[in-house]
Design a protein around this ligand. Structure first.
Ligand code: ZN
Length: 494
């Protein structure tokens, strides 16, 4: 049976991939495209931020089931903001110790719902071996020791007691190293600059070492983050950024006697987590939530929630979660945001229903599960109000989405990831949100929203025994991989 390797390339976009191949700058990706199936419009998860998407990729479900709402969110039980590390300034304020614990430990061991299984857990329960290289969501049946670098240890006094769980072959930069016959050499000076080894070169170094060791897992997930970092800064050089990723992919392909031999032995899948939107340069393209919501007492980063605190803002770039902490505050938040045209969508829960309002016009629709309408993925919904808010069209009894792909399931997934009151707000194309110290990218790229520009990603599959079902979604990838590994899909929790 073939092995499966899934490369997760952060912020890879279909138009950029196609341009890169047309300009002959991506021989590796071109080879896979010529020998496989290319889907240009695979729908990802909302919010379009890596953390919640990674969890969906490895569990095959939306956040309402896996329970990780985003990169930054508020935990009402702990009365704490959770931050899986979104930038150096907020992390300094919240404390590197807390954020490091959030991303290294809490995400996998506490936040990711135990009632859903990860692909690593399912694969290893079937007697096969699974692998994860540099992915922050990695829960599995094996325990791995974390090596906290002396610098991080000294600066923060951070001590992570215990171990993190993962599949048998598990690598997380320099922090968790796979147990191979040869240790992977690492230049210490790089560790500070290159995110403790969570970078493309190190990911491929580890993958090659795994191949050389003869211990290639039946399934390996490899995360490559650098394309995202570069696009945030220089979105207009997107083709050259993706060409850099291709160079790393070619290192992997060249490991084999021929690229064809790689495909004889492996199913090779390339996917992205989300797209990016170019943000306007001038100040007006940055929407200050602190200003728009200035009449409320907002929790400051690093402070304890006090009894008079009214609101917590959790900024996910082109999306934010707003948590009202007092009765009656939610309606006022919605009112204050409804008049701003730079705001695209404002969504919240009312009982079992989701209400969505369009920024600027105040037009509103509501939808709920188990109604008379069916979407293209077979999920049934009830809907009433002004359908243009989400650009929904009804055709017979079928619902069709275009500007906001799979809008109902994805909004539902985000809002019902938690039981508390929460408002999800998204920025219009070209706009981003600013709140205390959150990273912004004027003139650069950003993501987070429900809009198709942030939400449609390329999916490239070569060497598989069957076609990937379309229309494709990120949440369908784990079931496809399990089928390729000969694991009954009935085992996949849906
Ligand atoms: Zn990003």
């Amino acid at each position: 049976m073939k092995k499966v390797i899934l490369f997760l390339i952060d912020s890879m976009m279909p138009d950029v991939l196609e341009a890169c191949i047309a300009e002959k700058k991506a021989p590796g990706m071109q080879f896979l495209m010529e020998h496989g199936q290319y889907i240009a419009d695979c729908t990802t998860v909302f919010p379009t931020m890596t953390a919640s998407i990674d969890c969906s990729l490895i569990t095959g479900v939306y956040p309402d089931q896996h329970k990780v709402p985003g990169l930054v969110w508020y935990d009402p039980e702990m009365k704490q903001m959770v931050n899986y590390i979104n930038g150096s300034l907020p992390v300094q304020k919240l404390g590197i110790a807390q954020c490091a614990r959030n991303v290294l430990f809490d995400l996998n061991e506490r936040h990711l719902n135990r009632d859903v299984k990860t692909i690593h857990e399912i694969v290893e329960e079937q007697g096969l071996v699974s692998g994860s290289i540099n992915v922050i969501a990695h829960r599995g049946h094996k325990k791995h020791k974390v090596h906290i670098p002396p610098l991080l240890d000294a600066v923060t006094g951070f001590r992570l007691k215990g171990k993190v769980s993962g599949p048998t072959i598990m690598s997380l930069g320099t922090l968790v190293r796979p147990d191979l016959f040869r240790t992977i050499t690492w230049n210490a000076s790089q560790s500070i600059i290159e995110g403790y080894g969570v970078n493309d070169t190190h990911a491929i170094d580890v993958l090659l070492e795994v191949l050389r060791s003869g211990k290639q897992p039946d399934f390996t997930l490899v995360y490559m983050p650098e394309n995202d970092h570069k696009l945030h800064r220089t979105p207009h050089e997107a083709v050259s950024h993706l060409a850099d990723v291709d160079k790393q992919l070619v290192r992997f392909l060249d490991f084999f006697d021929s690229w064809e031999q790689m495909l004889e032995r492996n199913v090779c899948i390339l996917v992205s987590d989300h797209g990016q939107t170019v943000i306007g340069k001038s100040e007006e393209y940055t929407i200050s939530l602190d200003e728009l919501l200035s009449r409320f007492s907002v929790l400051r980063l690093g402070e304890q929630v006090s009894p008079d605190c009214e609101l917590v803002i959790c900024n996910n770039e082109r999306m934010s979660y707003l948590y009202p902490l007092q009765a009656g505050v939610m309606g006022k938040i919605v009112d204050d945001l409804s008049h701003d045209q730079r705001i695209d969508l404002i969504a919240w829960k009312e009982g079992e229903q989701v209400v969505v309002r369009q920024g600027g016009t105040g037009k509103t629709l509501r939808f709920w599960r188990n109604g008379p309408w069916t979407d293209i993925h077979g999920v049934t919904w009830g809907v009433e109000g002004e359908l243009e808010v989400l650009d929904v069209r009804g055709n017979g009894r079928e619902l069709q989405f275009s500007t906001y792909p799979d809008a109902f399931s994805r909004l539902y997934g985000a809002l019902f990831a938690q039981t508390c009151e929460v408002v999800a707000v998204t920025a219009a194309p070209s706009y981003q949100f600013l709140s205390e110290l959150a990273p912004t990218h004027p003139g650069g790229g950003s993501h987070g929203s429900l809009h198709k520009q942030d939400s449609l990603v390329p999916l490239l599959i070569a060497g598989a025994s069957r076609s990937f079902p379309t229309p494709a979604r990120i949440v369908d990838i784990s079931a496809f991989i399990l089928q390729e590994l000969g694991i009954e899909t009935a085992l996949v929790p849906r």
